[in-house]
Design a protein around this ligand. Structure first.
Ligand SMILES: Nc1ncnc2c1ncn2[C@@H]1O[C@H](COP(=O)(O)OP(=O)(O)OP(=O)(O)O)[C@@H](O)[C@H]1O
Length: 355
């Protein structure tokens, strides 16, 4: 094992801020990370700086850098095992990076975890098991843990119950809550100490459409109140309306960042063409590889008479494809083209790789 690799799954072998310059396996030397011990004064409330977290051979997070401005909502989107939870746990001071750093409000999660915890509310993807306490007791416990006392604690508790719509459930035991209500309570717990930054790990998972809309409204309202929010999901379309920017992650690497519109525009010179072909359907995929426009074609899917593929040419090039197929003896009955949806764009950026 080299000095650059973690010695175990839980403890990185190299101290994250070692004075030596570790060398990335099969890669370039890393510059040592220098992290200010005091607030950097910048307007970025969340910042990942060359964040790496390896578990043995698994590169759960591999050189991720991005920042989120105050009052913005940033969507962290990727398939299962992409590295979202690992990055979020490091931000929430629940794990250490192998290299790099995560900053909250200018403070390092590695060097100043106490300062980070005071500023940050974390909503994990799994709810803790406190079955026999009621919602109010649960929130009260966390309010006390954060040092809130007296009237301030009561006011905060009442505000959180009201904001999350759980006041009607205040005296109900947690074991009796629906999934949606548990998610609301979990958000309430993350908000109880009035943090400036919220880290929400898949808060919409398992919610029905109405609960998702309500969650979206709450998140936008929190951002409008100045909170900075990092929110993860598997699904780009689930977050696009509430996020100021998104980052798409797969296999620990950030593949794209920017506003949803920018990411969509960068990939939308591609159309999806759909042809209905009445004969020789099993030959059409191969025939498309022979047409003069073949370089503009990708991801061909044949489904009975329907043939779908990505196409990056103009209308004249589309006509050329159809004409070539007709000349080759295919009976083309219908042609339709549509712009790629957000979901298509996500599938185009990611490759479905797991580790
Ligand atoms: N404690 C651990 N020990 C070993 N491997 C881990 C550990 N935690 C995460 N991993 C691995 O790191 C990779 C990233 O996992 P992570 O949970 O961060 O992904 P994710 O994007 O949150 O996935 P999901 O959407 O399924 O929750 C996966 O391959 C996972 O198996």
């Amino acid at each position: 094992m080299t000095t650059s690799e973690p010695s175990s799954e839980e403890q990185p072998a190299v101290a994250p801020f070692s004075a030596t310059v570790p060398t990335e396996p099969n890669g370039p030397a890393f510059a040592p990370t220098v992290t200010p011990a005091v607030h950097s004064g910048v307007d970025d409330c969340i910042e990942l700086r060359r964040l790496h977290r390896f578990f043995g051979e698994t590169r759960a997070v591999s050189d991720i850098t991005f920042s989120v401005q105050r009052g913005h909502v940033f969507g962290y989107i990727g398939p299962n095992g992409a590295g979202k939870t690992t990055s979020m746990r490091i931000l929430a001071t629940l794990d250490l990076p192998t290299y790099g750093d995560a900053l909250v409000d200018g403070f390092s999660a590695v060097n100043d975890p106490e300062l980070v915890r005071r500023r940050l509310g974390f909503m994990p993807d799994a709810f803790g098991t406190y079955r026999d306490v009621n919602c109010r007791e649960y929130l009260d416990f966390f309010a006390r843990a954060y040092g809130l006392t007296g009237a301030q604690r009561r006011q905060r508790l009442n505000w959180v119950l009201g904001f999350t719509g759980t006041e009607g459930m205040a005296f109900k035991p947690i074991r009796g809550l629906s999934k949606g209500m548990k998610q609301r309570l979990c958000l309430g717990r993350a908000l109880i100490h009035d943090p400036s930054v919220l880290i929400l790990d898949e808060p919409a998972a398992g919610l029905d459409p109405r609960a998702r809309i309500e969650l979206r409204r709450m998140i936008r309202e929190l951002a409008d109140r100045g909170k900075t929010i990092l929110i993860s999901s598997h699904i780009l379309t689930e977050l696009d309306e509430m996020c100021d920017a998104v980052g798409i992650i797969e296999q620990g690497q950030l593949l794209a960042t920017g506003s949803v519109e920018d990411i969509q525009a960068s990939k939308q010179n591609q159309l999806e063409l759909c042809l209905r072909i009445l004969n020789r359907n099993d030959e059409v995929a191969e025939a498309l590889q022979q047409v003069p426009q073949a370089a503009k074609i990708d991801q061909v899917v044949v489904d009975g008479q329907l043939v779908r593929f990505g196409f990056s040419g103009d209308a004249k090039a589309q006509a050329g494809v159809v004409s070539s197929l007709v000349h080759a003896g295919f009976e083309v009955a219908e042609v339709s083209a549509r712009k790629k949806s957000l979901e298509d764009v996500f599938l185009q950026i990611t490759e479905g790789l797991v580790q």
